[in-house]
Design a protein around this ligand. Structure first.
Ligand code: SF4
Length: 354
């Protein structure tokens, strides 16, 4: 899997301080390939979406989209305000199949034509499967346009607007989803909503932007679609905008270093670029092991909570000395020593009582 598009941008939204991810996104390589380029070694374990997860995702999509999206129509009819059997479905994969750039450009043109018809008041599909949108991100290496592909655009009956919907094949009961999965899913939906509004603004849509989308999870009963869970996306849209700004900032840093050092391969500049190791890196990024090693004895090796208490650059050995009663060397150390003593107090009381 390439580190690209909505998934790459959503990862940067969760760690915008790390310029390494921008280098990865600009490289157009998969994470294991990028790991190999950086370390000179083959990535040591399976990474990313497992084959079984991909199979489950494909099966869920087939379940939802087969027979003119019969199962999807059934769960979306209420939201669309149209009886399930009367919902107009159009699948752009039928018009223009394929994953090459040329296919995406043609699907993107078809999507624009449909959105334009809608703005002119013509009847358009209530469910548009596999539309293709684009989002401008300054600071990408080759093109400033990211292709963004929601699974579905649906026509919300209340507002008369298209909204993005993403199918998530996690099996959930009563739409209860793990917070980490929900965070990433909302970010991806926010990216789709921003891309939709960018296309609409090119088409001279003057309505104020509304960032709302739907997640469609899988039921435990044969991977059938749940009723859509509509999400207000203002907070994740803010994070995505911050990520786009961070990419522009990192781009300026990278280009500055390239012209100063005369280096062309950006992965050779990593040691001079900011890197922000945090707890979520372990499950999110192929470079987590490398980045953790770079922290040496700093607080980040103990986790985000330790960084919060000690600050990112505190040596954990020195922190242990302060906890054991060493004399602080300055005001900062005095504060940390007091805080550590306070945090240790309950354990000390327990120890005495034992
Ligand atoms: S593991 Fe390293 S490269 Fe990946 S996001 Fe974390 S700090 Fe950045």
């Amino acid at each position: 899997m390439k580190f690209s598009g909505a998934s790459g941008l959503s990862r940067i939204a969760l760690n915008p301080e790390c310029a390494w991810q921008t280098v990865m996104l600009r490289s157009s390589k998969s994470e294991p390939e990028f790991y190999e380029q950086v370390t000179g070694e083959v990535f040591p374990k399976e990474y990313g979406e497992r084959l079984s997860a991909r199979r489950r995702g494909s099966k869920f999509e087939r379940n939802a989209f087969d027979h003119q999206a019969a199962k999807l129509r059934a769960v979306m009819a209420e939201r669309l305000g149209v009886a399930a059997e009367d919902i107009w479905v159009r699948n752009l994969e039928d018009d223009e199949p394929g994953g090459h750039e040329s296919n995406r450009i043609r699907r993107s043109n078809l999507t624009r034509a449909i959105l334009s018809d809608r703005l002119e008041g013509k009847r358009t599909p209530e469910i548009l499967i596999q539309p293709q949108l684009t989002l401008t991100v300054h600071g990408l290496a080759r093109s400033e346009r990211l292709f963004i592909a929601p699974d579905v655009l649906y026509l919300d009956s209340g507002s008369g607007r298209y909204r993005p919907a993403d199918l998530k094949s996690f099996v959930v009961r009563d739409n209860q989803v793990a917070p980490g999965d929900l965070e990433r899913s909302r970010l991806q939906l926010a990216i789709q909503s921003l891309a939709l509004h960018e296309v609409l603004s090119v088409l001279a849509d003057t309505r104020p932007q509304e960032h709302i989308g739907a997640l469609v999870f899988a039921t435990p009963y044969g991977l059938a679609p749940h009723a859509p869970q509509e999400e207000s996306l203002d907070a994740p849209v803010h994070l995505v905008r911050r990520a786009i700004a961070a990419i522009g900032h990192h781009h300026a840093l990278i280009e500055g270093l390239k012209s100063k050092d005369g280096v062309k391969r950006e992965s050779l500049l990593l040691q001079e670029l900011p890197n922000h190791y945090q707890d979520r890196c372990v499950s999110a990024c192929a470079l987590a092991g490398e980045c953790k090693k770079r922290q040496q004895n700093r607080a980040a090796v103990l986790g985000d909570a330790a960084v919060e208490v000690l600050g990112p650059n505190m040596d954990v050995g020195r922190a242990a000395q302060l906890l054991a009663g060493a004399t602080p060397r300055d005001q900062r150390e005095r504060e940390i020593a007091a805080l550590l003593q306070e945090l240790a107090q309950p354990f000390e009381t327990l120890r005495r009582a034992a």
